[in-house]
Design a binder for this molecule. Structure first.
Ligand SMILES: NC(=O)c1ccc[n+]([C@@H]2O[C@H](COP(=O)([O-])OP(=O)(O)OC[C@H]3O[C@@H](n4cnc5c(N)ncnc54)[C@H](O)[C@@H]3O)[C@@H](O)[C@H]2O)c1
Length: 322
C-alpha cells in the first residue's frame, strides 16, 4: 500500500483526494494545509491526520510520497523539502514559476534520488492520448495545423486570491495555457519559433493567442481567463493531410465520426472550474507505479515540465501586448 500525504487541500487537493479514493493500492494517511479548518469541512475520513505545514507533517508521518497541490509559487520549496526528507514528489503543474526553480527541483530529485513528476494531467486525458496516437502512427498523414483552446472565467476561488496575482501564478499563460504548451511540447518537441498576442492581467481579464511554429505545421493556442461568466471549456482541431480530429463539447470526432471511450467519469464538486477526476486518477496511478517499480516517469520527465514553463515564459516575454 502506497502511503500518501496531500499538501494543499484547496480545489486541486480535493480533486486528487477524490481520485485516491478510487485507487486500490494507495491510501491518503495525512494532509497538510495552512488552513486546517477548511480541510476538516471537506474530508470524510477520520483516520487521516491533519497538519498545518509540510514540515510538521514530516515530523510525525512517513509517507512514501507527497502530492503537492499548493499555489504554484510554493512548489519548488515544498518539493525540495520533501525530497530532502527522502519522500517521492508528485507536484501539480505548472512545475514552478521560472526555469531556475524548476532546475532546483530537478537537482534535488537527482541529489536525493527521489522520483519527481509534475502532474500534467492533460498528457493522461483520453482525447489527448488519442491525438498523440494519431500523430505518432501517421494514420491520417502529416499534421498540417493544430489549434488548441482552454477558456475559463477568471478564477475567483483561490486561497488569498493568489491566482489573480500575476507574480504568484504567472497568469493564464503559466497557470492554464501551460497545459497546451506542454501537450505541444510532449508531442512535437521545442518549437522552432514562438510568438503571440497577450492581454496581460488587468480589468479581471488575462488572455493569450500563441503561435508555436514547427517544420511544416504550426500550433495555435488560445487561452483565457475572462471577467464574464463563461463556463470552463477545452478543445482542439487537428488537421492532417488525410483527415481531421476534433475535440468539441467534451466529445472527440475523427472525420465527423464520434470516437467512443469506455472510461468512467466521476463528477466531483471541488468549487473550481474542474468537475471530474478524469485523467487525475490515471496520472496518479502512473506515478505510483513509477515509485514502486523504481522507474523514471517517462511520460512526464521533469526536464520536459521545465521546458513547458520556459515556453510559457518566453511567450509572456515576446508576445505583442494588447
Ligand atoms: N491540473 C489541473 O488541472 C489544475 C487545475 C487547477 C489548479 N491546478 C494547480 O494546482 C495548484 C493548486 O491550485 P488550486 O486551484 O487547488 O488552489 P487553491 O487556492 O484552491 O488551493 C491551494 C491550497 O493550498 C493551501 N496552502 C497555501 N500555501 C500552503 C503551504 N505553504 N502549505 C500547505 N498548504 C498551503 C491553501 O490553504 C489552499 O487550501 C496550483 O499549482 C494550480 O496551478 C492544476
Amino acid at each position: 500500500m502506497t502511503k500518501v500525504a496531500i499538501i494543499g487541500f484547496g480545489g486541486m487537493g480535493f480533486i486528487h483526494y477524490c481520485a485516491y479514493k478510487r485507487i486500490k493500492d494507495a491510501k491518503v494517511i495525512a494532509v497538510a494545509d495552512v488552513d486546517i479548518d477548511k480541510v476538516k469541512e471537506k474530508i470524510d475520513d477520520e483516520d487521516i491526520n491533519l497538519y498545518s505545514s509540510l514540515e510538521e507533517l514530516l515530523e510525525y508521518e512517513s509517507p512514501d510520497m507527497v502530492d503537492i497541490c499548493t499555489p504554484t509559487f510554493t512548489h519548488a520549496e515544498l518539493s525540495i523539502k520533501a525530497m530532502e526528507k527522502g519522500v517521492h514528489v508528485l507536484c501539480e503543474k505548472p512545475m514552478s514559476l521560472c526555469e531556475e526553480d524548476c532546475q532546483r527541483m530537478i537537482d534535488a530529485s537527482i541529489k536525493y534520488d527521489r522520483v519527481l513528476m509534475v502532474a500534467h494531467v492533460a498528457r493522461f486525458g483520453k482525447e489527448n492520448m488519442y491525438l498523440k496516437k494519431v500523430v505518432d502512427s501517421g494514420e491520417l498523414g502529416a499534421l498540417k495545423h493544430l489549434d488548441m483552446n482552454r477558456i475559463s472565467y477568471m478564477p475567483d476561488w483561490s486561497w488569498n486570491d493568489w491566482m489573480r496575482d500575476y507574480e504568484k501564478s504567472g497568469g493564464c499563460l503559466v497557470d492554464m495555457s501551460v497545459h497546451d504548451f506542454d501537450l505541444a511540447q510532449y508531442m512535437f518537441g521545442i518549437p522552432k519559433k514562438i510568438g503571440g498576442v497577450y492581454h496581460k492581467m488587468r480589468d479581471n481579464n488575462d488572455f493569450v493567442t500563441a503561435n508555436l511554429i514547427y517544420d511544416g505545421f504550426d500550433v495555435t493556442i488560445t487561452g483565457g481567463w475572462y471577467s464574464c461568466e463563461i463556463p470552463f471549456r477545452t478543445g482542439f482541431l487537428a488537421c492532417f493531410e488525410k483527415g481531421y480530429l476534433e475535440k468539441v463539447n467534451g466529445e472527440l470526432y475523427m472525420n465527423n465520426e464520434k470516437v467512443e471511450f469506455d472510461t468512467v467519469i466521476e463528477e466531483v464538486d471541488a468549487g473550481i472550474n474542474i468537475s471530474s477526476t478524469a485523467g487525475y486518477k490515471e496520472e496518479i496511478e502512473y506515478f505510483i507505479n513509477c515509485i514502486n517499480s523504481g522507474s523514471e516517469p517517462e511520460i512526464v520527465l521533469p526536464e520536459s515540465s521545465k521546458n513547458s514553463v520556459a515556453i510559457a515564459r518566453q511567450i509572456a516575454k515576446e508576445a505583442i501586448l494588447i
